[in-house]
Design a protein around this ligand. Structure first.
Ligand SMILES: [Zn+2]
Ligand SMILES: [Zn+2]
Length: 277
């Protein structure tokens, strides 16, 4: 399986020489599995860079696994031409919403004038929604798990298993607000012995003290979770827009040291980086 990081930033896209090495687009990761249609984790602004070489007019056919509906995870969708082309066929999995609102309602209420030039229902391709919480499901011979995770609003993480290898995507994850380290059973279940964990690492310990209920965690927490769950490789992800390349190098250096002591291979996700699992 080939995992390509298209957007690694949290909260809002950013730009500048000081963040050029890690990149400024928001959450989007593609997963290519031989013989299968592509899978996308989240649809942030990094989506624009998914197969930029898509032949003009070619439709997208594949699956999107959305963790939740915050802007930084959906904003790429209305600007992704292959989804707008005739013949596109997209299955979007996303967490069920509170109240009577469906996920489709949220998109229909967001992608419409005056917020966007056309209404979501005018997209020529087919977009299907599947609402998930704590579920096990499959796409052909690909096995998937979704589990509700602590964040702000309904949010899930996903585990994808194929041919004996697994990848876990947990982009936004609230650690305990008192700064202690613990995780829900669902989180531990999707992380257990996974080959690659892509995980939130937005705040330094000092920043977390100021933003302890904003839905995120520290690199230290991500490394702790990876060690606790027997994860082989950990990709630090959802970088804060205020963290420049040098700062991310420093944070990653410390996380690599901590990971080594726990037997976890740690790196920080960069835009356009591909990892083979
Ligand atoms: Zn986010
Ligand atoms: Zn979020």
């Amino acid at each position: 399986m080939a995992v390509t990081f298209l957007g690694v930033r949290g909260s809002t896209p950013c730009h500048g020489d000081e963040i050029a090495r890690y990149g400024g687009n928001t959450s989007c990761v593609s997963l290519d599995i031989p013989g299968h249609d592509p899978i996308l984790f989240d649809l942030g602004t990094g989506l624009r860079y998914f197969r930029l070489a898509f032949p003009e007019g070619d439709p997208f056919r594949g699956t999107c696994l959305l963790t939740h509906l915050h802007w930084d995870h959906i904003q790429g969708l209305p600007f992704f031409m292959p989804v707008l082309n005739e013949g596109a066929d997209v299955s979007i999995y996303a967490p069920w919403q509170l109240g009577d609102l469906s996920v489709e309602d949220v998109f229909a209420d967001t992608i419409k004038p005056p917020l966007f030039p056309i209404h979501f229902s005018m997209f020529p391709g087919a977009v299907r929604f599947q609402e998930v919480g704590d579920h096990d499901f499959s796409i052909g011979d690909i096995r998937l798990m979704s589990r509700l995770v602590p964040h702000v609003g309904n949010t899930v993480g996903y585990r994808v298993t194929w041919n004996g290898q697994s990848i876990t995507y947990l982009s936004d994850h609230q650690m305990p607000a008192d700064g202690s380290f613990s995780a829900t059973q669902g989180v531990l279940d999707i992380c257990r012995d996974t080959d690659l964990l892509i995980h939130d690492s937005q705040y330094t310990s000092e920043e977390f003290k100021q933003r302890s209920d904003w839905g995120h965690c520290t690199p230290d927490f991500a490394v702790w979770l990876a060690g606790e769950a027997g994860v082989k490789r950990l990709a630090l992800f959802h970088h804060d827009p205020a963290h420049d390349d040098d700062m991310l190098d420093d944070l990653t250096g410390r996380a690599i040291e901590c990971g080594r002591a726990l037997g976890v291979d740690v790196f920080a996700a960069r835009e356009r980086q591909t990892v083979i699992v």
